[in-house]
Every structure is written in C-alpha cells, then in structure tokens.
Design a protein around this ligand. Sequence first.
Ligand SMILES: [Zn+2]
Length: 247
Amino acid sequence: MDRKKRFLSLMLAMAVVICAMSMTVSAKTTKKTSKAAKTKTTYIVGIDAGHQLRGNSATEPNGPGSGVMKAKVAGGTRGVTTGKPEYQLTIEIAKRLKTELRSRGYKVVMTRTKNDVDISNIERAQKLNEKCDIAIRLHADGGASSAHGASVLYPSTSNPYVGHLSEASKNLSQCVVDSYCEATDISNRGLSIRDDLTGTNWSTIPVTLLEMGFMTNSFDDAYMSTEKGQANMVEGIANGIDRYFGK
Ligand SMILES: [Zn+2]
C-alpha cells in the first residue's frame, strides 16, 4: 500500500468511527426525550371529598403560622330534596372521579374513601401535598332555596401562604368550572377568591375547591344525585383536568 492509499483508508476508518459515535449519541438523546415525555404525562391528581360523617369542632390554624383558628372539619350542608348529607355526595363523586381519571391515565390520591373518618383540613392538604401535582376539593353549597349553580374557589395573589399558587390555581379553577358546567345542567357562577380556607392555605400544589351545586336548591340537589347527573359531573371535572394539563 502506498502512502496515499494508506492515508485514504485511515480517513475512511475514522469516518466510520465518528459516524458510529454520533449514532450512539443520537440514540441516547432520543431515549432521554421519550422517557421525559412519558414521565410528564403521568400526572397525579389529589381528590378531597369534603367533610365526613361527623364534623370536628376542635380548631387548627387556617394557614401555616396563622393566628386564625378554624374548625378542623365543618359539618357541611344537606340536600333539601334528597335529604343526603354533603359528605355522602362528595364521596360518591370522588369515587366516580377516581375511576374516570384512572381510565384517562392519571394516578389518583384520595384523602378519604369512607365517611366514618376524622381527618382535619390541614391533614387532608398535607396528604395531597406529598405526592400530587394538583388538588381538587369537592364540596356542595348551601344557601337560599333560589340560589343555584356551581362555583370554584381559589386563593388571591396576596394570600400570605399560597399567593404564589394563585395563578395556577385560578387557571385550574377556570378549566374545571367551565368544563363542569358544559357537561352538566348546572349553571356557571364562575370563580371566587377565598383566602380563609384551611385546606387551600395549607396546600403546596395548585388547588381548586369546586362547589358542585346548591344542595339547598331542589333542582341542583336532585340533579346531583341522579345517575346521569353524576356521570356528567364526573366527565366535566375530568375534562377540566385534561384541559388544565393541555390534553
Ligand atoms: Zn362543604
């Protein structure tokens, strides 16, 4: 082999090595990207079924370091037509929502799966903070018999505990209430700022409290306990969560 041929074959060998190296790098990059994408789509949703069989009037601070003390768990309202307590309605929807979200590929953490428990609002928030990406707090309203519709409660930007979560919580709240009211016969009362809610103020993740309807209104109350109504409610909330995560 003369010098020129030897030089050419050396160059060819180097080219093969460089090509193989770049293929390895590109395969590694692709693997990394697809793993990251997969992790990002498995979101964990926390569901708090509001209230419990018996309220707990012992008090706890309504925010970390707060001097304002509130009942650990309030009693909740009751259906004017169905006679159903709020804690029973919230557990029914929470369980159905868990099934729906899991079928859509989410992981779900529940603060409670039965009524006879004693879990304070701080404890509920802390349980969801541990693992979840977002927290959905399920409640129903009580008021004048003519008052009806769903609303969502979220913290303001000046909330001393969760002000930094206000924007994300507002976005989550908007997605949930809009999708909920699109899927159901419950009217949309929109968003409200609330900075006094213990379960919200102890949150470290974006949080919304959905008032699903008024149990003191005969239409809302009856609707929220029908099979079709509950199926629509759960579909609406799940659609809102999908919308929040851009699915
Ligand atoms: Zn409630």
